[in-house]
Design a protein around this ligand. Structure first.
Ligand SMILES: Nc1ncnc2c1ncn2[C@@H]1O[C@H](COP(=O)(O)OP(=O)(O)OP(=O)(O)O)[C@@H](O)[C@H]1O
Ligand SMILES: [Mg+2]
Length: 264
């Protein structure tokens, strides 16, 4: 048994975690793909209610970091603590139940289902454990949750359209809605504005900013205007290791970051 006081059910840190402890912490997180060290000894700490951007060159390990956090990949070594609880190596459905949601770099929706069905499936997945015994009473709750998620991403008026009929930008926002429908505490967004027009990007930045009022957000983004406009702090990954961390102003002036990434 671990001696972590946050695991004591009588402790105020049990459940959602104490307000002062970081929502997420990684300790010496590493993952190898054959000979490639995609993440090496990443020590990362994220306080509650922060918007943190993760930036870095292609192949730096940003998506791999998300894949480890969300149970898509099992780290080779190290620990991932969420709300003070060790979640390292848990399957993705259990991590979703605990309150981490993510959107994918490549859109991952059900094209033939309606917009509402896409989010309703996600809302239901979070409730799976007790849905079996109380299906009828939870049904309106799931619909309400799904509609609230669509409202947050500005797609409620398209609820009954097939997801495939949405524009690229709308499909990316639907994916954020799907993540929100699982009622997360931590939302991980992997390049949410990729492939969007300037107007769509602006709209998505606004909606992420609104969502950030209620959630902790980790966002991987290449668009520096988006990053600088949204992030409270920025972590720079380079070859699977943290190169720098700081406020947007500090990162923009950091010579090592300019050298490997921001210099164009
Ligand atoms: N499942 C995998 N199997 C083998 N190698 C992988 C796997 N996933 C990622 N990699 C490799 O790990 C490294 C990090 O990849 P990752 O996708 O995390 O980079 P990234 O920072 O998200 O890059 P980008 O900005 O291009 O999205 C790359 O060299 C990639 O080729
Ligand atoms: Mg990536």
């Amino acid at each position: 048994m671990r001696a972590d006081p946050s695991l004591d059910p009588g402790s105020p840190a049990a459940g959602r975690g104490a307000a002062s402890e970081p929502i997420l912490r990684t300790e010496l997180l590493s993952i190898r793909f054959g000979g490639l060290a995609a993440l090496s000894n990443v020590n990362f700490e994220l306080p509650r209610e922060q918007v943190r951007a993760i930036i870095g060159p292609n192949g730096a390990g940003k998506s791999t970091f998300f894949n480890c956090l969300t149970g898509v990949l099992r780290p080779s070594s190290g620990r991932i603590m969420f709300n003070g609880e060790d979640i390292t190596g848990l399957p993705s459905n259990e991590i979703s139940q605990k309150g981490i949601a993510r959107s994918y770099q490549i859109t991952n929706i059900l094209p033939n289902a309606s917009v509402l069905e896409n989010v309703r499936i996600a809302a239901q997945s979070r409730r799976h454990a007790w849905n079996m015994v109380s299906h009828h009473t939870t049904f309106p709750d799931i619909n309400a949750k799904a509609e609230a998620a669509l409202q947050s991403v500005g797609l409620l008026d398209k609820a009954n359209e097939a997801a495939s009929n949405l524009s690229h930008g709308e499909q990316r926002n639907l994916e954020i809605g799907i993540a929100l429908a699982t009622d997360p505490q931590l939302l991980c967004l992997d390049e949410p504005t990729a492939g969007m027009s300037a107007a769509e990007t602006h709209h998505t930045v606004e909606l992420v900013r609104r969502i950030a009022e209620h959630l902790t957000i980790l966002i991987v983004e290449h668009d520096m205007e988006v990053v600088m406009g949204l992030a409270d702090r920025i972590t720079v990954l380079h070859y699977g290791a943290i190169l720098a961390e700081g406020t947007p102003e500090e990162i923009q002036e950091n010579p090592r970051v300019l050298e490997v990434y921001l210099k164009t």
